[in-house]
Design a binder for this molecule. Structure first.
Ligand SMILES: [Zn+2]
Length: 243
C-alpha cells in the first residue's frame, strides 16, 4: 500500500476516534447536570416530608393550648358552683360543665389522632433520611465516575493528538491540506473504504476500471462523486481460507 495512503487511513482513524471521544466528553456535563437535578428533587421531597412534620407539630401545639383552655374553663365553672345560690343556677352550671367536658373529650380524641399522625410522619421522615443518604452517596459515586471518565478521555485525546502530529509530519502538505478540506466538507470523514465497489462515504457505485485500480492500493484515488480519499481493504474470504 502507498505509504501516504496508509498514513491518511491512520490519520482518519485517529480523527474519528478523537471525534467520538469529544462527543462522549460533551455528554458528560449533561449527565452530571441530570444527577444534580436528581439530588435537587430528593432534597425537595425531603423538604416536603419535613414540612408535614412541622405542620403537625404546629397543630399539636394548638391542640394542647385548646385543651388547656378548655380545662381552665371547666375549672372556673367548677369554682362558680360553690357560689351559686339557687338549685336552678346550679343545675344550669352543671349542664354547662357537662357540655364543655364533652367538648374536651372530643378534643382529646383529636389530639390522639394528631399524635399518631405525627409519629407516622416522623417515622416516614427518618426512613426518608436514611434512604436519601444512600441515594445521594450513589449519585455522588456516579458523578465522581463521570469526572474520572472526563480526565481519562481528555488524556486519551491528548495522546491521540501527539500521534496525530507524528502522522501529519509523515504526510505531504498537499495531501494534508486536501484532507483538511475534505474533513471540513464531510463532517469528519475524509478517507473511506470502497466495499463491494461502493464508496462508503457517499455510496456511489465506483466505475469498474477505477475500482480495479483502487484495489491495488498503490496510488491515491478519490471518489468521483464526494471527492473523498478511497482505499480498499482486502477481505479474507472464508471459502478461500477453506480451500
Ligand atoms: Zn464517495
Amino acid at each position: 500500500m502507498s505509504e501516504q495512503l496508509n498514513t491518511l487511513i491512520k490519520l482518519q482513524n485517529i480523527d474519528s476516534l478523537i471525534l467520538s471521544l469529544k462527543q462522549k466528553l460533551e455528554i458528560i456535563p449533561l449527565e452530571i447536570k441530570k444527577l444534580d437535578e436528581k439530588i435537587q428533587e430528593i432534597d425537595k421531597s425531603f423538604e416536603n416530608e419535613r414540612k408535614k412534620v412541622l405542620n403537625l407539630e404546629k397543630i399539636k401545639k394548638e391542640k394542647e393550648r385548646q385543651i388547656e383552655d378548655i380545662n381552665e374553663k371547666i375549672r372556673k365553672f367548677k369554682e362558680k358552683t360553690s357560689q351559686v345560690k339557687t338549685n336552678k343556677e346550679y343545675q344550669a352550671l352543671l349542664k354547662e360543665i357537662e357540655l364543655i367536658e364533652e367538648n374536651l373529650k372530643k378534643e382529646e380524641e383529636n389530639f390522639l389522632i394528631i399524635l399518631y399522625k405525627l409519629e407516622e410522619a416522623n417515622k416516614n421522615l427518618n426512613q426518608f433520611r436514611s434512604k436519601i443518604d444512600l441515594d445521594k452517596k450513589e449519585i455522588d459515586k456516579q458523578k465522581k465516575e463521570l469526572e474520572d471518565q472526563k480526565v481519562i478521555i481528555n488524556q486519551k485525546i491528548e495522546n491521540l493528538r501527539e500521534d496525530r502530529k507524528k502522522l501529519i509530519a509523515e504526510l505531504s502538505s498537499e495531501y494534508y491540506e486536501e484532507y483538511r478540506e475534505l474533513m471540513k466538507k464531510h463532517k469528519g470523514l475524509a478517507v473511506v473504504e470502497v466495499k463491494n465497489s461502493v464508496c462508503q462515504g457517499c455510496f456511489l457505485h465506483i466505475p469498474p476500471q477505477l475500482y480495479v485500480e483502487i484495489k491495488i492500493n498503490q496510488s491515491i484515488y478519490h471518489c468521483p462523486q464526494c471527492g473523498r480519499f478511497l482505499y480498499y481493504k482486502a477481505e479474507e474470504k472464508l471459502e478461500e481460507a477453506k480451500v
